[in-house]
Structure formats: C-alpha cells, structure tokens
Design a protein around this ligand. Structure first.
Ligand code: ZN
Ligand code: ZN
Ligand code: FE
Length: 759
C-alpha cells in the first residue's frame, strides 16, 4: 500500500469532474480525497500501486465530455495517509484565478429527457441544466466559477435544488446555474408595445401564435437575442429584411431536428456530427438542389446556415411551431448583438412584433458560431460554444494583449501556454462595438487574471484596434509591437497548427496594409514568427475611387478590363472611371485577392455592386460550384525577386468567354482553377529557392469552399504539406492569435530588458 498524488490541469471545474472522480474512485475501491487547486484539481489516494495506475489510466478515457485535461501528473510511492472513504476538500486557494472557464454548452440528453417527462419537477422548465450542460461563459461575472459570481446570484436555490447541488452522486452536484420552476428564472412575453402579456407556459403559447401568424419575434437565447420568423414564407423573411435593413445578407435558420435539416439540405456524416455537437454552431450546408429556388429568400447562394436548438427554451419553442425558423442575431447595422431585456424593448421597437424574454441576465454577449465542415471545421466565426476555450500554444511563456484587426475585430490575451481568443465582436468603426471590444479586454483580463506585459497591434495606423493598443500601452507603460497584417495571418495559421520554423504562407484576403504602404492581400510569404519575406503576389489592381470599389465592384471590373486592354461599354460612369484611372487620381493600388474575386464576379455579370462584404466572391463560388474542369491562361513572372501573378491574360480570356456566351458557372470555375494552378506554381518556384515544403493557408479568401476543396489537394500532389486553420477563423477574427505568437517569438527583440529577467 502506498499513497499517490495526482494533479490535473485544464477545464475540470463546472463540468462534473469531481463527481466523475468520485465514481471512479469507488469503482476501484480506493480511498482518498480531491480538492481544487490553483490550476485544476489535486487528488490523493491510498491503495495498491497497480490499482492506482489503472485508475489513472482511466481518467482521460472516461472523463466527462466537456472536461479538458491539459496536464496529468502522478507522484507515486508516498507514505500512506490513512484515508478512509473519499472526501471532497474545499481549497482555501480557490480564489486564485488560474482555472479555465467552460464555454456555453447545449442541453444534454439527460436534461432533455427530464424536460419532456411529465411529472418531473422540471417538466417543461426552459432553464433546466446540469453539470454537463447549460450556460457558462455568458453568465460569468467574475471568478472563481461559483453561483455568486454569475447572473444566477439573484435566484437563491430552493431546498430541493440545494440538496441536488450538495449531493456528489447527483448530476447537479455543484452545477452553478441549477434551477427549477420554484426558484429559478422564468420566461416573459411582451407585445410589440413592450407590455408584459404573459409568463411561463402562456408566454410560449403567445410567441408560437405570433410566429404562426407570420410575425417577427425577438427571442432571448444564451449569448444574445435572436429575431425569428417563419422560414417557409418568403413574405416573412422579406419583412424581416426590410425592418432589419439587411437587404441581401443570408439568414441563418434553426431546424427542429436533424431529420428536418435533411429535408432541406444535404448533410454528410461529418456535418451532422458538428451540427449535433454540444457547441451547436451554425453550419453552412448545401441546399437540396430541387429546393434552391424555394430557399432563395433565405440565402442568395447555394448554401444555407443551419443550426439546431441548443437551449431548453428553443426545444419548447419548437413543440408547437414550424420545423424551421429564421434565427438571426438581433442587432442593427454592425452594432453588438442585443442582450438585455430593456435594451431589446427599446431598440427593437418597430422591428419585433413580440418578445420572448426571460429574467436571467446575459453578462457577456456571444453570437452564434458559424462554420463550414470540409475535412474538419472551418470557422467563419468562432464564438458561442467555443469561446473561451484556450488555444494551447506550447512555448508561450508571457502575457500578451493582441488587439486584432478592425472590421472583424477580436482580441487575444495570453497567459503561459494558453491563448484566449475572444468571441466575435464585429466592426470597430461602430462606436458601440468599439466600447464592447474594450469591455471584453477588461473582462478577459479579470476572468483569467492576465496582466499583459506587452501589447501587439496591426501596422495599420488608422485601425481603431491600433488606437486601443496605443492607449493601452501608454496607460500601462508597456512595449507596443506593430505587426504586418499578412505576417500575422501566417503566424495565426502556424500557431493554430502548432508549427515552428519557417513555412510558405499563401495569404489571400481583401485588405491589409503592406510594408510598402500599399494594400496587400494576394500574398505568398516565406518565414516564420520571427520575420517574413514577400516572395510572391499578384499584379496590383487600381481601386477606382478607393474604398468605394469594395462595394461598387463594377469599378474593379472596369479597372481590370482596361488594364488588360479590353473593350468596355460606353456609359457616363465609364467615362468617369476612365478619367480617374488615366489620371491615377483616387486609385490606390491593391494586391488583394478578394478584390480580384469581386472583379471577376462583376466581369461575369454576376453582380455590379456587393450587397454585403465579399458577396462577389460568395456568388462566384456559388456559380462555380458543380463545375470542375478547365483553366484560363495566365502569366507569372519574377519581378524584383517577387513571383508576380499577372492577371491581364486571364481577364482577357474571361472577357472573351463572356462575349462567346460561355456559361457563367464554367467561367467562374475556370477562373478559380486558374488561381489554384497559379498558387501551386508560385509555391513550387518558392520551394526551388528556399527548400520550404510546408504551406499554410490563411486569409478570408479561404472561406471559399471551392478553393478549400481543391487547393490543398493540388499542393499535396505537388509534394507540399498543407496546413489550414483548424481551431480559429482564417479571416481577420483569427488574426490576434498570430499577432500574439509573433510577439512571443520575438520577445527579447521587442521587450526591452526581457533578456535580463528569466530565460
Ligand atoms: Zn444537462
Ligand atoms: Zn429550485
Ligand atoms: Fe486579413
């Protein structure tokens, strides 16, 4: 007999970990105790060495699904302590802020069963939860994760709930948001005028009636409020678009269950696994071919963003409503998602015809996550269900605040090996969003007890994130590190995949400030965290009228065609463009790949203006979808050590195809195949010079599934190892992680005096 001490770090609180250990200990007939410590839990056991070893082996295999074991260390051979039974010791040091906080999780099967079991004391109770499910991140005000530090503090537990909470054998042992109809939150229904109409079951009847009648309902979820309406009626969707001033941007929908999803969309086994996961993101699915037209009012392309119900409230909602509801974030023009009851009643006046709210406060706004599933998850937005799970970055040793980009802003705060990337924030140019962004920095600092030692931002002087970084560094006398945009993208994908050393980075996005002061975005870089070299790019495109060309994409088409020496149709607009182009006035140069996509979409006549950012590229992808074969001609030359893709030849061919009446989808596919071929060529040329064989793909253009399905395969065939974003978004929302990684790697260079401290 001997004693062993086991230390486990990670997300092991608030996920049913201690009851699990308790069960496992009794299965193995061991004696001992468990207590929380500063970074997780500590277990001590008396017993035979072989039995303890078997116990330890089973921990990672049998741990609750939502636990995250980052480290497990066992010390054997200590003298027996004479434990009898198994005790849970409350630690005095619990206040130390080193534990992780779990993301919000969808309702579990056990709770779902109780929800629909007549006679259960939580039958039809919309806030049912347990240690395996329910709200977490969005209700936490402070740490440690304890009821008094959540928005559940205003609901004192009734004796029944209290008993469950204290019973280690109960599924609700230490479930902080535990509640029941007697003691917990309740739902409330308000009419369009904001008058309270009903509560509880009656509130559901009101909202179901409203939805069935074609009305628009505001519905409070986990991280914010949704606007919902019937998805089957184009008139409802149209009304919602008008009221929300969201003319063309696709809507996400919520379906009753997977079977319903399969009636509308193609669902692979891989997609189904993500749809039904506890994170419950919105998954972009291919509409059924025969339904494409019928679902056009929901999205303008071949894909539809679909999610399943994730709170008990959603499940109750679907008891008596349609199979599919539009569920879009309740916010107006780039402001943060609305999350407060009063806020909703004021701001959604004239938009919502009724409100299904509740009295549990949302502390932290958190939008639905959005992803596609194609050989793994591809995030467009990593938010609810995933945040604040840290990204493990081995080798990170400091605390850094990385401020991200601007339009798709996020921050990344690091502490040792943990990188905490915040949830979707939005466009900082909106004042409210900017305030929300600043508040999230403070919230993450407090939750994870992070005191940054350095601040990182983009090189762009006008980004509001840069302004925030400058302010923060000055206030706290911290070094400020400015990182080139595409270098940060490359580093983000590297850190996401745990890569070190040097790689080739294919970084394709819309806009980012280059080192030469022009706009970059079709880049082929080489290097690593420490630095980079621009090895390839695309011929710069003059943006007629600057930023206006980003929405009026026919301006890009015009510039491409003229530069390529093609004819353009005469019109007053054309004359104006011609003048601007000839004088090179208000025509900043951009090598942004996103712009080339926009231009191609406009040349092919798919769109003249973009109704939302990137629409040109999205519709180009949609048009190309089923087409495979063919390439257009292109040029690649080496100019000043740069492998430059010259698109003029390609544009001429594209214009020719339009003239010949070639099918648009075919041309769209050929255009993208050309870029894929070009990229492989570029990488091969760079490999000749550098011997680098690993390629990372980053930048918002890789949200394009046509590229993502084909480029990695082509590169692999050519002998490259290809890495894409796995845990983070490839667009600017993932940028902050790369900024942090660059700061870490160059610590001694960037942070004065750091070489003297520790090493
Ligand atoms: Zn549960
Ligand atoms: Zn209760
Ligand atoms: Fe970018």
């Amino acid at each position: 007999m001997e004693r062993a001490r086991i230390r486990i770090n990670g997300i092991v609180q608030g996920v049913g970990f201690r009851p699990f250990i308790h069960r496992l200990v009794s299965e193995h007939r061991l004696n001992g105790m468990i207590r929380n410590n500063s970074s997780g839990v500590e277990i001590e056991l008396d017993g035979e060495r072989s039995e303890i070893e078997r116990f330890v082996e089973e921990i990672p295999l049998k741990a609750p699904g939502h636990a995250l074991i980052k480290e497990l260390k066992t010390e054997y051979g200590l003298p027996c302590a004479g434990y009898t039974g198994f005790t849970i010791t409350e630690s005095e040091r619990e206040a130390e802020r080193n534990t992780l906080i779990s993301p919000d999780l969808c309702i579990c099967d056990d709770c779902l069963r109780e929800l629909f079991t007549r006679g259960d004391r939580r039958w039809h109770y919309p806030f049912i939860n347990c240690t395996n499910c329910g709200p977490r991140f969005t209700i936490v005000r402070d740490v440690p994760y304890d009821r008094k530090n959540t928005s559940m503090v205003k609901f004192p537990m009734c004796p029944d709930c209290e008993r469950e909470y204290r019973d280690i054998l109960d599924r609700r042992y230490h479930a902080q948001p535990d509640a029941c109809p007697v003691c917990g939150p309740r739902v409330l229904f308000y009419n369009a005028e904001g008058e309270l109409q009903a509560e509880k079951e009656e509130a559901f009847r009101c909202v179901q009636e409203l939805l069935a009648g074609g009305g628009i309902a505001a519905i409070k979820g986990l991280g914010g409020i949704h606007l919902a309406c019937r998805a089957d009626d184009p008139q409802c969707a149209l009304r919602l678009r008008k009221r929300k001033q969201r003319d063309e941007k696709p809507f996400a929908v919520m379906c009753r269950d997977v079977e319903t999803v399969k009636r509308y969309c193609e669902v692979t086994a891989e997609e189904e696994a993500v749809l039904t996961s506890a994170q419950r993101p919105i998954v972009l699915l291919r509409k059924k071919k025969e339904l494409e037209e019928r679902l056009q009012h929901l999205s303008d392309n071949k894909m539809l963003g679909v999610m399943l119900p994730y709170t008990p409230l959603h499940y109750l909602l679907f008891e008596h409503t349609d199979d599919m509801l539009v569920m879009t974030s309740a916010n107006l023009s780039e402001t943060p998602i609305i999350s407060g009851n009063q806020e909703a009643l004021e701001k959604l006046k004239g938009i919502a015809d009724g409100y299904l709210l509740h009295d549990r406060e949302i502390v932290t706004k958190c939008d639905d996550s959005l992803c596609a599933v194609e050989g793994g998850i591809s995030f467009y937005r990593r938010s609810r269900g995933y945040v604040p799970y840290p990204i493990t970055c081995s080798g990170f040793a400091h605390s850094v605040l990385a401020c991200g980009a601007e339009q798709k802003a996020t921050v990344c705060l690091t502490k040792g090996e943990n990188a905490f990337l915040c949830q979707h924030i939005g466009d900082l140019k909106n004042a409210e969003t900017y305030q929300h962004y600043l508040a999230q920095i403070r919230h993450f600092e407090r939750m994870f007890d992070i005191k940054p030692e350095a601040v990182v931002c983009d090189m762009h002087p006008d980004y509001l994130s840069t302004e925030a970084a400058e302010m923060f560094s000055e206030e706290n006398s911290l070094p400020l590190i400015r990182v080139q945009h595409h270098h940060a993208h490359m580093a983000a994908c590297m850190a996401d995949n745990g890569l070190t050393g040097e790689v080739i980075g294919l970084i394709w996005d819309g806009t980012g400030l280059g080192e030469d002061g022009t706009i970059w975005g079709g880049e082929c870089l080489t290097g690593g965290y420490e630095g980079f070299r621009r090895a390839g790019s695309i011929r710069p495109i003059p943006l007629i009228g600057g930023d206006r060309a980003i929405t009026e994409i026919e301006r890009i088409a015009f510039a491409l065609l003229r530069e390529a020496g093609c004819e353009v149709q005469n019109s007053p607009q054309a004359e104006q463009y011609e003048k601007l182009l000839a004088g090179r006035t208000a025509c900043p140069l951009s090598s942004g790949m996103g712009r080339l996509f926009d231009g191609a979409a406009a040349i092919l006549g798919i769109r003249k203006t973009a109704g939302y950012e990137g629409q040109g590229a999205v519709l180009l992808e949609a048009a190309a979808y089923d087409n495979e074969e063919g390439l257009l001609p292109y040029d690649m030359k080496e100019e000043n050590g740069l492998f430059l893709f010259d698109w003029r030849e390609t544009v001429r061919a594209l214009a020719g195809a339009v003239k010949n009446g070639t099918e648009t989808g075919l041309s769209a596919a050929r255009f993208m195949n050309t870029l894929i071929d070009m990229a492989v060529h570029q990488c091969k040329a760079v490999r000749e010079q550098t011997d680098l064989k690993r390629v990372v793909l980053s930048g918002g253009c890789f949200q394009n599934l046509y590229l993502l399905r084909r480029l990695p395969e082509k590169l692999e065939k050519a002998g490259f190892e290809v890495y894409r974003h796995r845990q983070t978004a490839c667009n600017d929302e993932g940028l902050a992680l790369g900024q942090a990684a660059i700061a870490e790697a160059g610590w001694r260079k960037y942070v004065p005096g750091s070489a003297l401290k520790t090493d």
